[in-house]
Design a protein around this ligand. Structure first.
Ligand code: FAD
Length: 327
């Protein structure tokens, strides 16, 4: 059994210091992902710094939008009146994930940081460059049904499993972090990484940096929006493909569009070419079908996930149709 030290802290500076003191320390928030990974021997921290008591559970309106503390639970966010009125796309995406019990425990920071659900990452007897760099990728020639069709590399074809992250990508969120070098802000588009040669790195957070909050700028995507999650069961299952979309409509004309996909890449996949295509167009099935095709430009399927090459554009198209139809 891996022995580890447990520290519980209630101030941000103390938590940042505690993490830097012992190599291989990890923050513990809701524990819904990390504890499983520890139990399965996938990660073996020397110290856990419990950040649940940090005063970072606030959800507050700012001049430019809303700031969500890193410790705010997924339920708190999804049920918050301001989130529901300003960013219902985010509430819808969060509620599509996990179960009520898990959403009560899971935090905003933890959800951003959750690890892949690739079965080869979870099975310590299998090769996995993400879990054990240099051992190979079991999924490349294995059962790769859940895996990426965009932005993958020959080292890793795992996907980011989060629903929340897809909505945050569509809504252009920023992530505030603090660490040894002070505070900084990371755009969500720059937060999660593509695997490249270093799939062990999920994101651009520096070692020991703590996510303190997430800010979402005000946007007009609170009326015509939709989060479509396609999965094997209708609840308690990760996305095979998901689409978060927002439209700014003027009658039947699209003034602006936001489209992000989940379950297709190592990071939430923002479909900017499709967004540009829709700008100024009428909301027709034909245009949405074209947007769906543009959203997967450059996609590549593997033996068991080629169905995603059809499913992903169809999910985008269907989500756009549903969003446009909202009155
Ligand atoms: C059975 C099951 C089903 C699920 N289904 C879904 C689903 O359908 N959709 C979905 O999106 N998710 C799903 N999840 C995942 C769930 O959303 C995540 O486990 C949860 O969001 C993680 O949050 P947490 O606070 O529990 O993180 P923890 O488990 O505490 O931590 C996860 C990681 O984040 C790091 N971390 C946590 N907070 C911070 C911070 N503030 N700064 C820096 N690092 C931090 C930790 O060090 C750790 O590496 C499911 C989970 C389970 C167990």
């Amino acid at each position: 059994m891996n022995q580890f030290e447990y520290v519980r802290l209630s101030d941000v500076t103390g938590a940042a210091k505690a993490i830097s003191k012992v190599a291989n320390s990890q923050f513990l928030a809701g524990g819904t992902n990390l504890i499983d990974l520890i139990k399965m021997g996938i990660t073996t921290p020397a110290r856990l710094v419990d950040i649940k008591p940090l005063p970072l559970a606030m959800i507050s309106r700012t001049a430019g939008g809303i700031t969500i503390g890193a410790i705010a639970s997924n339920s708190q966010v999804a049920e918050h009146a301001d989130i529901k009125s300003m960013f219902p796309l985010l509430a819808m995406a969060i509620n599509a994930g996990a179960s009520p019990q898990l959403r009560n425990m899971a935090t905003t920071g933890g959800n951003l940081m959750q690890r892949t659900r690739c079965p080869y990452f979870f099975d310590i007897t299998m090769p996995c460059n993400k879990r054990a760099p240099g051992t190979g990728c079991g999924a490349l020639e294995g059962i790769n049904r859940m895996h990426a069709i965009l932005g993958a590399s020959d080292k890793c074809i795992a996907v980011n499993p989060s629903d929340m992250n897809v909505a945050l990508a569509a809504l252009d969120a920023t992530i505030e972090v603090t660490g040894a070098k002070g505070k900084r802000v990371i755009r969500i588009a720059d937060f999660h990484r593509l695997p490249g040669d270093h799939p062990e790195l999920d994101n651009t957070l520096a070692k020991g940096e703590l996510i303190t909050s997430v800010t979402i700028p005000a946007s007009p995507f609170n009326k015509n929006y939709h989060y479509l999650k396609v999965r094997d069961r209708t609840s308690y299952a990760f996305a095979l493909v998901s689409a978060a979309v927002g439209l700014q409509m003027d009658g039947n004309t699209i003034r602006a569009a936001r489209i992000a996909m989940g379950g297709v890449a190592h990071k939430p996949w923002r479909a900017t070419a499709a967004e540009k295509f829709l700008q100024g167009k009428t909301a027709t099935d034909e245009n949405f079908e074209k947007a769906g095709q543009l959203a997967i430009e450059g996609a590549h399927g593997y033996e068991h996930n080629k169905f995603k090459l059809k499913l992903a554009p169809n999910a985008v198209r269907q989500a756009l149709l549903t969003a446009a139809a909202k009155k």
